[in-house]
Design a protein around this ligand. Structure first.
Ligand code: SF4
Ligand code: SF4
Ligand code: FES
Length: 329
């Protein structure tokens, strides 16, 4: 059995000090079954071009330095087997930095925006520590398990630079910052949870601007699932009473309202409730498409015409909501 495979690395090259535009260089190499993407980056540098630049430190998926993109896929270079990606993408691997527009030199990017946003959410336990404590601060296993996976974040930035909301909205704090916010907000020792929820709940920068595309969950090499933490923060905003009434929070309320009333989603009512009549007008094009496909009817959303059918056993659904709802909207 052939233990190696000949592949081409089409590699992004750019030096912000000397190049006006980036370009790609091709490197051919025989790759063994145990080689990682980081091994291939090392081989470019050691065997082909000593000026090739990238970040790496631990080689064990701990320091978060070696995040890049391979054929557009967010990749932690020291964790990813190279031939697995060849099986996925073919014999040419396209090696690029996490964010081409932030490239400083080859794979090295300027992560200033990432770190600034991380800093914004107070990513540490805020509390007055007794300088002479009589005993350690104890924590229950349940409390610990509540933030265990979010604590595994290595700040690699892979989720952040895969997030489409970050690309279109420079104020959006992004999945890694929200994950950190969640981690410290649920820590029972912390005393800044309200402040943190206000920061992460603010429109424009906060969790309500997430478009729920799940890219961050796909990208995370530590299986942290930042979108799950974002959803928990949504809930925590309501529980803590920090959620402001805006189109996003009313949209969330609209779901529960509709299920409580009909056991079904009343799409027209959700738009009316969250955006008002002006908002309905804004979505007229979509509404017409939805009417054509039978999702809503011409009389949907008109006051006093209650045309949405109710499910059988609606009372059971209402009871379930009553039992499981931890807060009033
Ligand atoms: S789910 Fe939200 S935070 Fe995650 S990548 Fe999509 S928009 Fe960004
Ligand atoms: S949440 Fe995952 S992908 Fe995002 S910075 Fe942390 S470890 Fe990296
Ligand atoms: S080199 Fe540290 S995470 Fe890859």
């Amino acid at each position: 059995m052939n233990k190696t495979k000949k592949i081409t690395l089409k590699t992004f090259r750019f030096n912000a000090e000397t190049d006006y535009l980036p370009y790609y260089k091709h490197y051919e190499m025989e790759v063994g079954k145990d080689e990682l993407i980081l091994d291939l980056l090392n081989r470019i540098k050691w065997e082909h071009d000593g000026s090739f630049s990238y970040r790496r430190s631990c080689r064990h998926g701990i320091c978060g330095a070696c995040g890049i993109k391979v054929n557009g896929k967010a990749t932690l270079a020291c964790k990813q087997n190279a031939l697995e990606l060849v099986a996925l993408f073919g014999d040419e691997l396209v090696i690029e930095p996490q964010s081409k527009k932030r490239a400083v030199k080859d794979m090295i990017i300027d992560k200033e925006d990432f770190w600034k946003k991380h800093d914004t959410v107070l990513p540490y336990v805020v509390t007055d520590v007794d300088p002479h404590p009589e005993h350690e601060t104890k924590q229950s296993i349940a409390d610990f398990n509540n933030f265990l996976d979010s604590d595994l974040c290595i700040q690699c930035g892979l989720c952040y630079y895969s997030c489409p909301a970050v690309e279109v909205n420079p104020d959006f704090l992004g999945p890694a910052a929200f994950n950190s916010a969640y981690r410290f907000t649920v820590d029972p020792r912390d005393e800044a949870s309200k402040e943190r929820l206000e920061i992460t709940g603010a429109m424009g920068q906060g969790v309500w601007n997430c478009v729920k595309c799940f890219e961050c969950a796909q990208a995370c090499p530590k299986d942290i699932n930042p979108i799950e933490k974002i959803t928990k923060l949504h809930n925590m905003e309501f529980v803590a009473g920090t959620a402001e009434s805006n189109v996003a929070t009313r949209h969330a309320e609209g779901f529960v309202r509709s299920i409580k009333k009909y056991g079904l989603l009343d799409e027209a009512d959700i738009v009316l409730y969250s955006e008002g009549y002006l908002g309905m007008f804004k979505h007229l094009g979509t509404a017409i498409d939805m009417m054509k496909s039978g999702k809503i009817h011409w009389h949907s959303g008109i006051p006093f015409i209650d045309s949405v059918p109710k499910i059988k056993n609606l009372d059971e659904v209402q009871k379930l909501i009553e039992i499981s709802q931890t807060h009033t909207l």
